[in-house]
Write a protein that binds this ligand. Structure first.
Ligand SMILES: [Zn+2]
Length: 67
């Protein structure tokens, strides 16, 4: 069941539209299904890890040369 704030009423699951919308006002009420992480998110994480690793390596190298 979902609560429609527009209509101020409770909507039964079987009354929801195909997109999970309210049959009266059309507001989407159903929780959108969360699919798998988008592919670019993995690359973003990978890029961040590589970048941070590189910066850490740079920092360590700098320290070694300046101690
Ligand atoms: Zn509604």
């Amino acid at each position: 069941m979902a609560w429609c704030e527009e209509c101020d009423t409770l909507v039964e699951d079987e009354d929801l539209g195909e997109e999970g919308e309210c049959p009266t006002c059309g507001t989407i009420l159903a929780e959108q299904e969360r699919g798998p992480l988008p592919w670019y998110f993995k690359y973003l994480v990978l890029a961040t890890v590589v970048y941070l690793g590189y910066r850490t390596f740079q920092g360590v190298t700098w320290v070694i040369h300046h101690v």
